[in-house]
Design a protein around this ligand. Sequence first.
Ligand code: HAM
Length: 405
Amino acid sequence: MRSWAKVEERLAGLAGRYGYSEIRTPVFEVSELFVRAVGEATDIVSKEMYVFADKKGRSLTLRPENTAPVMRAFIENGLHRSGGITKFWYQGPMFRYDRPQAGRYRQFHQFGAEAIGHAGPAVDAEIIDLSLAIYRMFGFTGLEVRLNSVGCPVCRPGFREILTSALVSMKDELCDTCGERAALNPMRIFDCKECGDIKEKLPVITDHLCDECSEHFSGLQSILRGMDVDFMLDPLLVRGLDYYTKTAYEVLHPGLGGQNALCGGGRYDGLAEECGGGKIPAVGFSAGMERLMENLPEEFAGKLGLDPVDAVFILPEESASAEVLRIAGELRSSGVSVSVDLSGRSMKKQMKVASESGAAFAVIIGPEEIEKKEAAVKILASGGQESVPFAGLTAWMIQERKKVD
Ligand code: HAM
């Protein structure tokens, strides 16, 4: 948890430096939100949601993702009326009834960001840059950005027809699920892991984009090139959520195998309207926290261990515990971190553990020290020892800690 907390702190700092503010949404929402936003024919909605009825029979769902809840909260709280671009980041648990395997869990965590209120490709570029900055910050190398445009309600219906007619002759080659999808939502076939060969033969959306989507896509590519962001065009990338319009992208890590997406995102200009909020363009991404934590480069992961305390208190006898706990409390309230060894093990063993803990001081307080009202303090780096009166121990330690630092 210490490593997680440190990484989360760094992520919050990073998002803050990009001008994003934190938003927290409830862990469950009305099911209808995800059905409408993510799409009925997606795997997330059709197979992976944790749905339950509350006491009044309303259907609720543990959030499988956080873009729809953020948009719901944004509209419900009237933030769309303030205009401009609203930038949020979030972090928290998501739930998908998926087949658990390495890098894929039923409760997992995402860090994400959403920029709501502007349609221009520069915002997409900022979002992609922010997501890549995460992995740069933690020393990842060899990442791949896959980029596509999935069109919009103007060009997608035409493409869907082209795709549907191309699929007619390939029907027998499709897996059972895709056979059903072909009629309901043919673009989901690009998501299918089983229909790999067929995907290569299908027409691609980027050959059928309307002028606006085409311009947006080339605009985004030229901004990314201008920012020296490497990317690969992947016309087969549709992502597993229906709300995307125009930009869709993923950041892949070659070491991740099957579950190789560290993060993914895109533009969702129609979602606000779907949530009852009018036409508000938006773009965002989410990064899997487990996939980040499990793949942290060695040299960074090594820096995430426990922070040592300033002082370890050693008790030669349990009878000293009340006095020791009282003194430790005084030190803590002045900002000195103290761990009291209450194990009852031998002095020698306690001293060994203290020396190896990385603490600056070992403080011995037994009946003898209590009698004299003086602690025996060992400065662990130098091996030096001093007797320090209880009354002056806090001030002494704050002073000495500066020297050690
Ligand atoms: P997503 O691609 O479904 O997108 O999830 C984003 C990331 O969450 C994935 O790339 C992966 O790292 C992680 N992830 C997803 N499912 C699991 C799982 N079962 N176990 C572990 N990690 C997982 C979204 O959720 C969109 N809301 C992204 C977005 C934000 N689009 C626009 N704004």
